[in-house]
Design a protein around this ligand. Structure first.
Ligand code: NAP
Length: 313
C-alpha cells in the first residue's frame, strides 16, 4: 500500500516538474555547441554547481559528455561555435554522470566513440566494481555480439586503470552509473523553478525471449544532485506533411529507400518519384558510415527507376 501511494506521488511530481530550468534535450545542447541559429541563445546553466547528469548511455550521451569534459584548450582547435567555447571556458562542471537503465554489457555505445572519451586528458573514469559483474544472460549476449563484448572490455579496463591511478584534485570525473532509471526531477529549494537533481530508481535486468534483457524497477530510489540535466535517450522522427508515415517505427515506409504508400512493405505500392534516406528511412540508429551506405542505396535505386532514367547518347 505504501509503495502504491509512493508511486502515485512520484508520478504527480514528475509531471509538475517537467518545466524546471536546467533540463535540456541533448539535441538542444548539440545544436547550441554546433552553432544552429535557433539555439545559439540557449545559455545552458554551466555555472551553478560542479555536476551534470546525462540520461542515457548512447553515443549522443558520450558526445555531450565529451564537450563538457574535454579541456577547452583542445576544443578551441575544433569547429565548435564561438559562443559555446566562451561559455565552456567559464564552466564549473567537473563531474558528469552518465545514467544507464541497464548494465555495461547493454550500453548503446560504439568502441571508437568510447575510446575517444576514455582518452580525454586528465579525466578520471568511475565505475562501480559491482556493476561490472556479469550474469550468464550477459555472457550469452556477449557471445552473440562482439561489439557488446568490446564495450564491456573497454569499460572494465578503464575501471581497473582508474583504481591504480593517483588522485588529482584538478581532475574531471566521468561516472558511468548503471542499473538506474530516472524517476523524477528534483527542484532546488534555493532556486525555485531550477533543477537540483534527479531521483533514480534502481533496476535489475529481466530476460525477455531470445537474448534480450530489459530493465525492471526494484522500487528502491536514490537522489543524485546536479544543476544541469541532459536527456539523451534517443530520437523519434516526426511526420512530414503529405508523406506516408509509420507512427510505430517513426519512419516513412519504404523499400530500400523507395517510399511506399502504406506500411506493408509491398513494392507495388511505391509512390513514384518519392525517395527517403537517413533516420527517416531506417529509424534513429547508426553511425556516420551507416548514413553514407543508406544514402547510396536510395540514390542507386532512384537512378535505376524507369521514371528517372534519361537516355545518354
Ligand atoms: P541510442 O543509441 O538509442 O541510445 C539511447 C540511450 O538512452 C540508451 O542507453 C537507452 O537505454 C537509453 N534510453 C532510452 N529510453 C530510455 C528511457 N525511457 N529511460 C532511460 N533510458 C532510456 O540513442 P542516441 O545516443 O541518441 O544515438 C542515436 C543514434 O545515433 C545511435 O545509433 C548512435 O550510435 C548514433 N550516433 C552516432 C555518432 C557517431 O557516429 N559518432 C554520434 C552520435 C550518435 P536502453 O538501451 O536500455 O534502451
Amino acid at each position: 500500500m505504501w509503495l502504491c501511494l509512493h508511486m502515485v506521488l512520484k508520478v504527480t511530481k514528475i509531471l509538475a516538474f517537467q518545466s524546471l530550468s536546467g533540463i535540456y534535450s541533448a539535441r538542444e545542447f548539440v545544436w547550441w555547441y554546433n552553432g544552429h541559429p535557433d539555439y545559439s541563445s540557449l545559455k545552458p546553466d554551466l555555472k551553478t554547481s560542479d555536476s551534470a547528469v546525462i540520461l542515457g548511455q548512447g553515443n549522443v550521451a558520450l558526445d555531450v559528455a565529451r564537450i563538457l569534459l574535454r579541456p577547452t584548450t583542445e576544443l578551441a582547435s575544433t569547429d565548435i561555435a564561438t559562443h559555446a567555447l566562451s561559455a565552456l571556458k567559464e564552466s564549473s562542471i567537473r563531474k558528469v554522470y552518465l545514467i544507464g537503465r541497464r548494465g555495461p554489457v547493454q550500453a548503446a555505445l560504439t568502441a571508437k566513440e568510447l575510446r575517444e572519451v576514455l582518452g580525454i586528458k586528465n579525466l578520471h573514469i568511475r565505475i562501480k566494481q559491482t556493476d561490472l559483474s556479469v550474469t550468464p544472460a550477459d555472457e550469452e549476449e556477449m557471445k552473440t555480439s562482439r561489439a557488446r563484448k568490446r564495450i564491456y572490455e573497454l569499460l572494465s579496463k578503464a575501471a581497473a586503470a582508474a583504481k591504480t591511478s593517483e588522485a588529482d584534485p584538478d581532475q574531471r570525473e566521468l561516472h558511468f552509473v548503471f542499473f538506474r532509471q530516472p524517476d523524477q526531477f528534483l527542484e532546488s529549494d534555493e532556486r525555485k523553478g531550477h533543477v537540483s537533481g534527479v531521483n533514480l530508481q534502481k533496476t535489475i535486468l529481466e530476460s525477455v525471449g531470445t537474448g534480450k534483457q530489459i530493465a525492471v524497477g526494484t522500487g528502491e530510489f536514490e537522489d543524485l544532485n546536479c544543476s544541469m540535466v541532459l536527456k539523451a535517450i534517443g530520437y523519434k522522427s516526426v511526420p512530414v506533411n503529405g508523406l506516408p508515415f509509420d507512427h510505430k517505427k517513426g519512419v516513412v515506409p519504404n523499400v530500400k529507400g523507395r517510399v511506399v504508400s502504406h506500411t506493408s512493405g509491398d513494392i507495388s505500392q511505391t509512390e513514384p518519384g518519392l525517395y527517403v534516406c537517413g533516420w527517416l528511412k531506417r529509424g534513429p540508429v547508426g553511425i556516420i558510415a551507416t548514413n553514407l551506405y543508406c544514402a547510396e542505396e536510395t540514390v542507386s535505386n532512384k537512378l535505376v527507376d524507369p521514371e528517372n532514367r534519361t537516355d545518354v547518347l
